[in-house]
Write a protein that binds this ligand. Structure first.
Ligand SMILES: Cc1ncc(COP(=O)(O)O)c(C=O)c1O
Length: 374
């Protein structure tokens, strides 16, 4: 059997990792400023992470959600504390799309309404509700098309007000910072206004922090830069450093009912152990602060760079929009200098490194970039 061929692949096969370094099967060394698409939060193969998962798999890897699981309770308590959402409840699942799927469902159950407002260029995942709320017709099958989703331009409160005033909206879903779109931030004024409009029209405000959360932007969640609270927050990528997991943080205003949500694998022992190890490392190594610090360094190094048309983002969620003559730089960084980076189209290079990335590694990257663009 062959693989179902849906990904254009680079001909590189990493087989080993340590912090921000990767080795491929031929022994070539790479520096990872992509973090496997914002997933690696505490570095590849962190010794504490490896130890905790290894110990747990030797004790109990999985049992179903029909029995008590103290690891889930510990994760909920720790995540509530570090995120400032102590009084919220946690539902655990297995991926970002699944987290959004559950968030949309909870909002609809809670309000008894069906419509959802999402934003232009948004990406929320590839499953049915999540992909319908994603502003990219190319990845929506006819099966996914629905009149329940409406898109408004980002940072346009008047447009949001006009839509919500039509009634029957269960939720507004918005990324903390739009990632796949190419790193676009909502303004503070917009986020405050959005919160007020959700309150006015009785809609649930869902913050998709799947890419922008878990300390990446220099605060635990990106929306916390604006001083707003969400009713539901979804998380995934950085949560367990590559072990599949998703989380839905749900306001105490929204009451659970038996059977409302459910999952076979969500919240399993290994996933919770991996997520707890990530929180241990984030706290012990002050990684949220490191993300802010290295982010400031990158901003100062690239803001006036001759290849950069616009620098966007916060902390370690960075979009470098290239001037036309520098398109192609990402491949040069990879093949000539051995740096993995992300992209959004041909024009934007995305940096999404592990929150452990050091000043030295950041400087090495900047030096390589400057050499390629001199
Ligand atoms: C903001 C956002 N939401 C949702 C998802 C979907 O997550 P997953 O691929 O784990 O389903 C992604 C993935 O890139 C994302 O960036």
């Amino acid at each position: 059997m062959n693989l179902f061929d849906v990904y254009p692949l680079w001909d590189i096969e990493p087989v080993r990792g340590q912090d921000t370094t990767l080795w491929d099967k031929n022994g070539e060394v790479y520096t990872d400023l992509y973090g496997g698409h914002a997933v690696i939060s505490v570095g590849h193969c962190h010794p504490h992470y490896v130890k905790k998962i290894s110990e747990q798999v030797g004790k109990l890897g999985f049992y179903s959600n029909a029995v008590q699981n103290g690891l889930q309770k510990e994760l909920a308590a720790r995540l509530g504390k570090i995120s400032g959402y102590d009084d919220y409840a946690l539902f655990l699942c297995n991926s970002g799309a699944e987290a959004n799927e559950n968030a949309l469902k909870v909002a609809s159950f809670h309000t008894g309404k069906a419509k959802v407002l999402a934003f232009r260029k948004a990406f929320h995942g590839r499953t049915s509700g999540a992909v319908a709320a994603t502003d990219n017709p190319k990845i929506q099958a006819p099966f996914n098309s629905t009149d329940n989703i409406v898109f408004a331009p980002l940072n346009d409160l008047e447009a949001v007000d006009a839509e919500l005033s039509r009634g029957s909206f269960a939720a507004v879903i918005i990324e903390g910072i739009q990632g796949v779109a190419g790193i676009y931030e909502p303004t503070t004024e917009f986020m405050l206004g959005l919160r007020a409009l959700c309150d006015k029209y009785g809609c649930v405000l869902i913050l998709d922090e799947i890419q922008s959360g878990y300390g990446r932007t220099g605060k635990f969640f990106a929306h916390q830069h604006h001083g707003v609270k969400a009713d539901i927050i979804t998380t995934a990528k950085g949560m367990a450093n590559g072990f599949p997991i998703g989380g839905v943080l749900i306001s105490p205003e929204i009451k659970p009912v038996y059977g409302m949500l459910g999952t076979t694998f969500g919240g399993n022992h290994l996933a919770c152990t991996a997520a707890l190890a990530v929180l241990d490392i984030i706290e012990k190594e002050n990684l949220v602060e490191n993300a802010a610090k290295i982010g400031e360094y990158f901003e100062s190094a690239f803001k006036d760079d001759k290849a950069v048309k616009e620098y966007r983002g916060k902390g370690l969620m960075i979009g470098l929009e290239l001037k036309d003559e520098y398109v192609g730089l990402r491949n040069k960084l990879l093949f000539e200098k051995h740096f993995f980076t992300g992209a959004a189209g041909a024009q934007v290079i995305r940096l999404l490194p592990s929150l452990t990335v050091s000043q030295e590694t950041a400087e090495t990257f900047v030096a390589a970039w400057k050499e390629l663009t001199k």
